[in-house]
Design a protein around this ligand. Structure first.
Ligand code: HEC
Length: 105
């Protein structure tokens, strides 16, 4: 449970930095921050939500989806495609929100 809170804190600061770096047009730095965000996912398989705990399969699928969308964002940034980076960032954020809607109390 402690790991899960640490993960969420890393997600929050990671997403904030990403938004700033994308805003500044620093695709390279932003891509590095996506790597950190992906690294913060390590061990998510052991996380369990407090709310709707029986829907653990769905919970893990949302984590997997988060990983996929973050990797897409990383690719877009590595290609220095800032226009698509905004949409890809939005997609990652949507998955944060989707999981919170269902599983955060
Ligand atoms: C698979 C589900 C899931 C995903 C995806 C997810 N979260 Fe969370 N998040 C939770 C749950 C559940 C909580 C409630 C606290 C808990 O149970 O640990 C939470 C809590 C938080 C908190 C409050 C601090 C805390 O630990 O309670 C922040 C900030 C947060 N999430 C940020 C994010 C961000 C940013 C993203 C996307 C990059 C994200 N989360 C993606 C499930 C998720």
């Amino acid at each position: 449970m402690k790991a899960q809170h640490g993960r969420m804190a890393a997600f929050r600061s990671g997403m904030r930095t990403l938004r700033e770096e994308i805003g500044k047009g620093s695709a390279k730095t932003a891509a590095e921050h996506v790597s950190l965000l992906l690294r913060a996912m390590d061990g998510y398989e052991n996380d369990v939500p407090h709310k709707n705990a029986s829907r653990i399969g769905e919970y893990r699928r949302l984590y997997a989806e988060l990983g996929r969308s973050a990797r897409k964002l990383e690719l877009v940034l590595q290609a220095n495609d800032l226009k698509r980076a905004n949409a890809a960032y939005g997609k990652v954020l949507q998955i944060c929100a989707a999981c919170h809607r269902k599983f955060r109390d």
